[in-house]
Design a protein around this ligand. Structure first.
Ligand SMILES: NC(=O)c1ccc[n+]([C@@H]2O[C@H](COP(=O)([O-])OP(=O)(O)OC[C@H]3O[C@@H](n4cnc5c(N)ncnc54)[C@H](OP(=O)(O)O)[C@@H]3O)[C@@H](O)[C@H]2O)c1
Length: 221
């Protein structure tokens, strides 16, 4: 743990939200977890599947030192942008057509986290944790320096927010690789080489480099 981050608020108590909650608890954070439902409706399930985490209302989760978005992407506009204003917000969401359906506001050539950042204009959105399966998140973490430690990419426009999230990802047991601005997160969305595989830090850095070179390469004539 570092950078004064003690409390992690998680919006979404599904597969990803509960996996992140358990890993964050193991790392020593205080974890608050919320859905769109009233607290009373999730208290028991949170106690059973994420023992040690506290079920709270979404507004209380949003007031944590770091907030993780683990809701289906098509629900992003139901998030309380005012409550999340001023917060560092980890976007772990992906567009998944069978669940999300058509989302006309998504723009070709733009990442979904950029769309989320537009909506959460007062927050510092940082993209990561979207390119690891929820099962893997609980099995692939290793202590720092382990030879088989997996790496995860971190992208966000606010450098200090990115630094906070790099520290969080490291605390969860992964080498955190700084990918730069939020737009660089397009390189680890579904359908990309990075999304499809597991990488160590060197391999991930190279894959990010290839993606950046591809993004800036002049169009073939
Ligand atoms: N499955 C994976 O391995 C994986 C890996 C990385 C990233 N992702 C991405 O992570 C996101 C979550 O996936 P998932 O599989 O965990 O989904 P899920 O199992 O369907 O869980 C979604 C959770 O979000 C809650 N929710 C919906 N609207 C909310 C709101 N406004 N505020 C707070 N909570 C809200 C739901 O609760 P209520 O509806 O009851 O409120 C539910 O607890 C998706 O975008 C997915 O693409 C998935």
């Amino acid at each position: 743990m570092d950078q004064g981050i003690r409390t992690i608020g998680i919006l979404g108590a599904g597969r990803v939200g509960t996996a992140v909650a358990r890993e964050a608890l193991k790392a020593g954070y205080e974890v608050r977890i919320a859905t769109a439902k009233p607290v009373e409706e999730i208290e028991l399930i949170v106690e059973i599947i994420t023992p040690g985490a506290v079920a709270v209302a979404a507004a209380d989760a949003a007031s944590s030192d770091l907030v993780v978005l683990a809701v289906p992407l098509h629900r992003y506009s139901t998030l309380d942008a005012a409550a999340l204003s001023g917060r560092v917000v980890v976007d772990a969401m992906n567009y998944w057509e069978p669940t999300d359906g058509a989302m006309p506001e998504m723009q070709a050539g733009r990442g979904t986290s950029e769309m989320v950042q537009d909506f959460l204009s007062g927050s510092s959105v940082v993209k990561t944790l979207n390119h690891i399966g929820y099962h893997d998140l609980e099995s692939d973490g290793r202590r720092a320096g382990a030879p088989d430690r997996r790496a995860l990419a971190v992208a966000g426009d606010d450098e200090s927010a990115r630094a906070v999230v790099l520290g969080f990802v490291e605390a969860l047991g992964y080498d955190a690789v700084d990918a730069g601005p939020l737009a660089a997160g397009r390189a680890f969305e579904p359908g990309t080489e990075i999304f499809a595989g597991a990488h160590d830090a060197a391999g991930l850095g190279e894959a990010l480099g290839r993606a950046a070179a591809g993004a800036t390469a002049p169009a073939a004539v």
